[in-house]
Every structure is written in structure tokens, then in C-alpha cells.
Design a protein around this ligand. Sequence first.
Ligand code: DC
Length: 211
Amino acid sequence: MHPAIAIDGPAASGKSTVAKRIAERLGYTFINTGAMYRAITWYALQQGINPQDTSAVIELLKSIPLKFGKEGSQSIVICDGSILKEQLTLPEVNDNVSVIAAIPEVRALLVDKQREYNLCEPVVMEGRDIGTVVFPNTKFKYFVTASEEVRAARRAAEGLTDSIAERDKKDSSRAASPLTQAKDARLVDTSDMNIDQVVDLITQDIQSKLA
Ligand code: DC
């Protein structure tokens, strides 16, 4: 069994940056699961599929040409031989990803792929349901959050348009694996912390549990 570090939290809570840095420190692979939901959203939109048309999205899953792989020590999504990057943060992807992520069939497909990453190696995985659904038995669970004002300011500083409050509402209220803190997750409120402080705190906690 390889360790799986679960980092969950709302949009723009800083969890991606934190998860990536923790993975670097521990020498584990960093898995960005939001990118996987974004990739399916981007591909569906490319195909002219209305994300609200659940049957069409489910049909698309049968032949979707996306590959979930790794480059160095990070997860990547490949479509027709190219790594998806800027496509994943397009405004239309931000606006529709929560609808796609609420479809149970989409989640089932991606949860399987996410677990596969941990079969051969330790991972730091960030998302919304990692501690509750993907790795419910891991002892390394962190729920990283920050006030809505701080999170909105962080997104704006990145120059990205993203209605995070609306996305969080949809992600928290959906029936399938909603965004929620696992009962046994450690809550880390980063509103008044810098990245180094958050990375130190979580890494030390992991190391004390590994010892
Ligand atoms: O982490 P992110 O903002 O890139 O995630 C994009 C969307 O994907 C988010 O609004 C909800 C969904 N998501 C999810 O439902 N489950 C995950 N494990 C990761 C992301």
C-alpha cells in the first residue's frame, strides 16, 4: 500500500499550489483531479454537447479520447497526442465544469482513474471528494480552505475570471459526492497563512503520521 495524501477544499483555496509543493517535498506524484473534470467539460463543449444534456455526456464517455497520464511527477491529460493546458481554464470550462462533475457516471469513471494512480506509487491528490470517496481509508486527509474574500482575491491576482462562489455552491449541493470535509480530515484555514506555512504544517503532520 502506497500512501495517499488527500487534499480537498473549495475553489481557489490554494490547495493546488499546496498539494504540488507537498508532493515535491515528499517525492510523491501530484494529481490534480479538477483538471480531469475540466478536460471532460472542455471536450464535451468542443463536440457541441450541452453539459445539461446528461444522456449525451454519458454517451460521449464511451468513446472519449482522453488519456490520464503523468509527465515527470505530475498528472496530465492528453487529447489526440497533446497535453491539455490553457484549454482547462477557459471561462466556458469554469462555467460548466460543476454541471459535468455532478453526473455520477462521470465521477465513477474518474474515481477509477484516480485510484489507479495510487496503485504503483504514493500520491498527493487534490480535489473535492478525495478524502470522502476516492481514498476514504487514508489517514492523511486535509481540508484546505480560506474565506470567500481571500479566495476571490487569489483568483483575481491570477488574472482569471471564475465565479468561485457559484461553483462552490453547485459543488457542495450536488447529490453525487458533494464537496464536504471528511469527518477525520484536518481543517486548515489558510486565510491568514502564506503558502510556506501551510506546506510546513501539512508536511510535518504527514511525517509525524508516517514515523
Ligand atoms: O479544482 P478545480 O477548481 O480545478 O475543479 C474544477 C471543478 O471540478 C470543481 O468546480 C468541481 C469539480 N471537481 C470535483 O467535483 N471533484 C474533484 N475531485 C475535483 C474537482
